[in-house]
Design a protein around this ligand. Structure first.
Ligand SMILES: Cc1ncc(COP(=O)(O)O)c(C=O)c1O
Length: 433
């Protein structure tokens, strides 16, 4: 069994200075305590005790090319030697914007920001500004960041707490939210087109936009039912409501132009982040010219001191070079399919009932006897305690996984990495019996 002693000591020290010992809520839940890391290279990450892990977290998704990709590092070093933040315009930023405009179907105009959360926030503001309406329709189980207005309606502790399907409870994720944000959102179960159509029609007069992850990556990695995204698009068009795709996970991962290219459904606004810069901070708000015009005219204000700094822009340019030059997506889908098949086979051999699903470049594994999940409410069938034990077993044997069941595949992963992971999984599945 590996030792986590040095991480434990550092965590104890961290708790005396960092709130909860971490800098993001999601880092609090690692077992047996938050681990400290010293080095990431390719598909491997090493902790402060010298334990090495095959990484399928990709640091919550951004590392589409793996840790410390040499081309990305070199481009960032070169660019940062000329300056770090002009807080003014420069040519590389323009080059990146032009490339994204060419690659992303809805990106007639765009703005750079730092995080997915704030770009989502800007999208909601632009939608309200253009339509003059106040409400946004969102879906249970989707994550659009941690800011006040979206820290509600994500999910709940139990199926009962979510309330009736047609009128779900808007449950807060955090305490300390202002009362008024409750009026900002309507929430529905995802993947139910008839219900979404009915709600959009009933609330058209007050609805600025519908926001969705095109794949429900944050719970179950669930694909849209055939026709669901197309139906949302049509319902929004019928009622003059804007459609926003939150592509913070799907972007650059399903295709260079994101899920909108992959599914052939073009939103009015979209938000990208994570994989664009392989771990450097940059996000994108983009959309149709007529919507983004409210930002261009300074009616819907968007700002940020650190926006489009050299490191993020240079890293993004390097990532796009690789993604456009090499058959990365083919590889991500092939490796993802191989991994999913291996996980299913390992589970069957060990007598574990699991559901493995996803498009491939990202996927989800959960312990359940249920054969299909289509929305958050179905995800209550997953045995979360069993998954937590599985994640700990995998970590103890050198594989790093995200605690909520989402797996990411990178271009750095090899077939041998997948085989090694499946072999470890088979062992841990047997040990769980
Ligand atoms: C779909 C989606 N949207 C928005 C966000 C928020 O992005 P960030 O963590 O960069 O603020 C995330 C983060 O995981 C996400 O998965």
């Amino acid at each position: 069994m590996p030792s986590y002693d040095r991480s434990a000591a550092l965590h104890e020290r961290a708790c005396r200075v960092l709130a909860g010992g971490v800098s993001s809520e999601f880092r609090r839940f690692s077992q047996p305590h938050p681990l400290f890391y010293t080095r990431g290279r390719g598909t491997r990450i090493t902790d402060a005790d010298g334990n090495e892990y095959l990484d399928f977290t990709l640091s919550q998704g951004p590392l589409i090319l793996g840790h410390s990709h040499p081309e990305v590092l070199a481009r960032v070093a070169d660019s940062c030697a000329t300056g770090q933040l002009f807080a003014g315009q420069y040519e590389q930023e323009l080059e990146l914007a032009e490339r994204l405009q060419r690659l992303i179907p809805c990106a007639e105009r765009l703005r750079f920001a730092l995080s997915g959360s704030e770009a989502d926030h800007a999208a909601f503001r632009a939608a309200r500004c253009l339509t003059g309406r106040g409400k946004i329709l969102r879906f249970e189980g989707h994550y659009h960041g941690w800011l006040d207005n979206v820290a509600q309606g994500i999910g709940g502790p139990s199926l009962e707490a979510l309330g009736p399907r047609e009128h779900p409870n808007l449950l807060p994720w955090s305490k300390g939210l202002p009362e008024r944000v409750r009026d900002e959102f309507l929430v529905l179960p995802w993947n139910d087109l008839a219900l979404a159509e009915k709600t959009i029609a009933e609330h058209a007069g007050e609805l600025a936009a519908v926001v969705t992850e095109p794949v429900m990556c944050n719970n179950g990695c669930i694909l849209p039912r055939p026709g669901f995204l197309e139906g949302l698009r049509a319902a929004c068009d019928r009622h003059g409501v804007l459609l926003i795709f939150d592509e913070v996970i799907t972007g650059f991962r399903l295709a260079l132009g994101g899920a909108q290219q992959y599914f052939g459904v073009i939103p009015d606004l979209a938000v990208f982040g994570k994989a664009l810069a392989n771990g450097y901070p940059i996000s994108v708000l983009c959309g149709r010219e007529k919507v983004m015009d409210v930002v261009a005219r300074g009616e819907a204000i968007h700002a940020g001191t650190m926006n489009s700094g050299q490191s993020g822009v240079a890293a993004a340019l390097a990532v796009l070079d690789v993604l456009e030059r090499e058959p990365v997506h083919e590889r991500l889908f092939a490796l993802g399919r191989k991994l999913m098949a291996g996980l299913r086979e390992a589970a069957q051999d060990a007598g574990q009932e699991v559901l493995v699903q996803g498009p491939g470049p990202m996927l989800h594994l959960g312990f359940t006897s249920v054969k299909e999940v289509h929305e958050l409410r179905d995800c209550f069938a997953y045995d979360k305690a069993r998954y937590a034990a599985f994640v700990r077993g995998m970590q103890d044997r050198g594989v790093r996984l995200i605690g909520r069941g989402l797996w990411y595949v990178s271009a750095a992963h090899s077939e041998a990495d997948v085989d090694a992971c499946v072999a470890t999984t088979a062992r841990v599945f047997r040990e769980l019996n």
